[in-house]
Write a protein that binds this ligand. Sequence first.
Ligand SMILES: CC[C@@H](C(=O)O)C(=O)SCCNC(=O)CCNC(=O)[C@H](O)C(C)(C)COP(=O)(O)OP(=O)(O)OC[C@H]1O[C@@H](n2cnc3c(N)ncnc32)[C@H](O)[C@@H]1OP(=O)(O)O
Ligand SMILES: [Co+2]
Length: 134
Amino acid sequence: MLGRVNHIAIAVPDLGSATATYRDVLGAKVSQPQAMPQHGVTVVFIELDNTKVELLEPLGEESPIRTFLGKNPSGGMHHICYEVADIAAARDQLKQAGLRVLGDGEPKLGAHGKPVLFLHPKDLAGTLVELEEV
Ligand SMILES: CC[C@@H](C(=O)O)C(=O)SCCNC(=O)CCNC(=O)[C@H](O)C(C)(C)COP(=O)(O)OP(=O)(O)OC[C@H]1O[C@@H](n2cnc3c(N)ncnc32)[C@H](O)[C@@H]1OP(=O)(O)O
Ligand SMILES: [Co+2]
């Protein structure tokens, strides 16, 4: 089912500061910030040779990353995103296996304009997993 790692996400309290560190200190290629109100986050992508890192800052009071940042005020690794060829088939197979698909179970368009879904961290070794259809 799993393809490549599409991105690894890091939740941060201050997107401007985190982006500047990656760009100016680590010399990374960083994208412009992209507000994603339907996901409750603003994102910056760091382009690496073999994958991407997604920096996430909360957007709005209902942001799904607010509780996480409350517990990890300096930020922390938030999720890993795997590519799948058929997200509906993957979802149905994972639900059949007893994993919890978050939200209403219907894919939303993610930061790359592709359908994404999230799986509960308690069902996957304490790691929040995002699936992205490619
Ligand atoms: C930009 C769009 C898109 C993309 O294209 O890339 C994105 O990446 S959007 C990213 C943000 N969106 C999401 O994270 C959506 C899915 N997340 C959720 O629905 C919630 O965050 C959650 C996973 C259900 C957690 O919600 P929360 O309100 O924080 O609930 P709890 O605090 O009760 O958490 C329950 C339990 O799970 C642990 N937890 C929470 N988040 C994580 C995490 N990121 N990694 C590992 N574990 C996590 C939390 O600590 C609780 O554990 P206990 O304390 O042991 O009960
Ligand atoms: Co993501």
